[in-house]
Design a protein around this ligand. Structure first.
Ligand SMILES: [Zn+2]
Length: 167
């Protein structure tokens, strides 16, 4: 079976980014013992990532590079905000520069922001995705491709490599 919409795909992958000097930096990986399993075509993965896997089958290997625009977007130099320090004092602990902290917007969406400054009255955070502005180099192997079950399609996610999950 070939990777297409409504298939559940199990893959290994390795993700590297490149520095401005062209050096590869390891980010994360999934191996054969703990593969990445996902329902293809429902927006769980980057659209361009899925595009590169379309039509592949078990045993095929892949490797490709995505530009920042096709990955997590270009760095937005204006995506910085200052948060009142009282927000953090109430929680009892101030973050440090370099920490990644969970935040919530007015709509209740949760996201993560990197702390860039700790000041007397405010904490400065960078709202860019940690992978923004980076080329993404993916490589790996297709382990299995199967048809999604009706449950998986109605839930909008994969239920593991074998399709069984207790919900
Ligand atoms: Zn489910």
């Amino acid at each position: 079976m070939n990777i297409n919409s409504n298939t559940v795909v199990s893959i290994t992958y390795e993700l590297h980014t490149t520095t401005p000097e062209g050096q590869q930096v390891f980010v994360e990986k999934a191996n054969e013992e703990q593969p990445l399993v996902f329902l293809y075509g429902v927006g769980m993965m980057l659209p361009k990532f899925e595009e590169h896997l379309a039509g592949l089958k078990a045993g095929d290997e892949y490797s490709f590079e995505l530009s920042p625009a096709d990955g997590y977007g270009e760095l937005d130099a204006t995506a910085h905000v200052d948060l009142p320090i009282d927000m953090f004092k109430e929680a009892g602990e101030l973050p440090n520069v370099g920490d990644v902290i969970p935040l919530q917007d007015n709509q209740g969406n949760q996201f993560r922001a990197g702390v860039t400054g700790v000041h007397e009255e405010h904490i400065s955070v960078d709202l860019n995705h940690p992978m923004a502005g980076k080329n993404l180099i993916f490589a790996g192997k297709i382990l299995s491709v199967r048809e999604a079950t009706a449950d998986e399609l109605s839930h909008g996610h994969a239920h593991g490599a074998d399709g069984h999950s207790g919900h």
